[in-house]
Design a protein around this ligand. Structure first.
Ligand code: SF4
Length: 385
């Protein structure tokens, strides 16, 4: 599976979770080993590969050389600092020196967290992953969080003992794209896993003492399976009790195979209002969950304010969703267009006359109305991502 045996320099993959904005991104694998989810166009046309662990370790050591220099340069005058930087650039060569500003941003943010890329770092041999994590901790003892994406299907194949070893080495948060726990929906979008394995994987991660972040995707069941998507997902999350539930609204982009299913009538698209109804149903059916953060930190979500900590904030989150659902139709259109064009950030912005007027001008200019608003929003979302 390994390609590119020659070290080609420090690599950064295409995405990270929004919550990893300040993290150093270390690329352990390239692309996605599954790459079949119909809603995801991110890695389509790319080939999965595992980077040799020696290359990842070289990346770590390269960042370390820069952060050591930044530390040392804090106590010297500007001239000496410039000389130190130039010396390191000469030693590393132009290519590797491009890392300078990237490493500097991480250094300035306090070097608190590292995210292992790309889509499923746990797919590599457990011993290799543990060696990489151990090396990170050795080089950057100040780092408090090491995080990775993982697929449920991958996690269920890892022994509890190996997961515990990963946790002991320093892996302390895993993001799993559950998206849905309805077997019907999972099959419809070719997610390549089942509700049972989502639950098992989540429980294994928690039992290993690793923080767990589960993603839920309102809209993934289309109109037919919207309720099923909400109810089955809530049921699975109740059994897992993750540390985070992150809302990631579906967008059917031109690059995702789901677009073809939609055009052929196999998949029906829920609009914003239906997705909020679905999300409300899911939240109302979360039961017995303790100390879980509901996060609405994705740009595609209509209501970023629908977040909080369960169990105490359940009513607050539901109220945020209901405040949108209770709006008259014309106000729903105003807010949808406001949010999707970046003019409004929360529903409270409907009370801001400057923003309202701005949105009104957009609506008039493009002739947006009840009949075409869904298509306009789909276009806007497509351009967003
Ligand atoms: S959603 Fe995740 S697992 Fe599915 S194809 Fe995209 S990157 Fe791969």
């Amino acid at each position: 599976m390994e390609i590119g045996k020659t070290y080609g320099g420090f690599e950064v993959g295409p995405i990270r979770p929004p919550s990893e904005a300040k993290s150093l991104l270390l690329r352990v694998t390239r692309n996605c080993p599954w790459n079949r989810c119909k809603f995801c166009g991110l890695y389509k046309g790319t080939k999965f590969s595992i980077r040799p662990k020696e290359h990842v370790i070289k990346d770590i050591d390269l960042v370390k050389r820069w952060t050591d220099l930044f530390k040392a340069a804090e106590h010297v005058d500007a001239h000496t600092r410039k000389t130190m930087i130039n010396d390191l650039i000469n030693q590393l060569g132009e290519e590797q020196s491009r890392l300078y500003s990237y490493a500097f941003s991480w250094y300035q943010s306090g070097m608190k967290s590292i995210f292992l890329q790309d889509s499923n770092s746990l797919v590599i041999k457990p011993d290799d992953l543990i060696e990489i994590i151990t090396h990170i901790k050795k080089q950057f003892p100040e780092t408090e969080r090491i995080t990775s994406y993982a697929r449920s299907e991958t996690v269920v194949r890892i022994s509890d003992e190996d997961l515990k070893r990963m946790a002991d080495a320093g892996l302390n948060r895993i993001h799993i794209g559950m998206e849905s726990a309805s077997d019907t929906v999972l099959k419809l979008v070719d997610k390549g896993t089942t509700k049972a394995n989502h639950i098992l994987a989540g429980q294994k991660v928690k039992a290993a003492g690793i923080e767990l972040s589960e993603y839920y995707m309102p809209g993934l069941g289309g109109n037919e399976y919207s309720d099923l998507n909400a109810l089955e997902t809530a049921d699975a999350l109740n059994q897992i009790n993750p540390d985070f539930i992150r809302i990631r609204t579906l967008a059917v982009t031109d690059r995702s195979p789901l677009k073809e299913d939609y055009e052929q009538g196999i998949f029906t698209r829920t609009n914003d209002t239906k997705m909020i109804e679905e999300l409300l149903l899911m939240i109302e059916n979360l039961k017995g969950i303790t100390s879980t953060i509901i996060s609405s930190d994705h740009i595609l979500n209509l209501l970023p304010e629908a977040e909080g900590r369960l169990p105490n904030d359940k009513e607050k989150i539901a109220a945020a969703l209901k405040s949108y659902l209770d709006l008259p139709e014309s106000e729903k259109i105003n807010y949808r267009i406001g949010r999707r064009t970046g003019v409004m950030n929360t529903i409270q912005d409907l009370n801001n006359s400057v923003r309202r007027n701005h949105v009104q001008r957009i609506i008039e200019k493009y002739g947006i109305n009840h009949n075409n608003v869904d298509a306009v929003v789909d276009d806007l979302l497509n351009n967003f991502i």
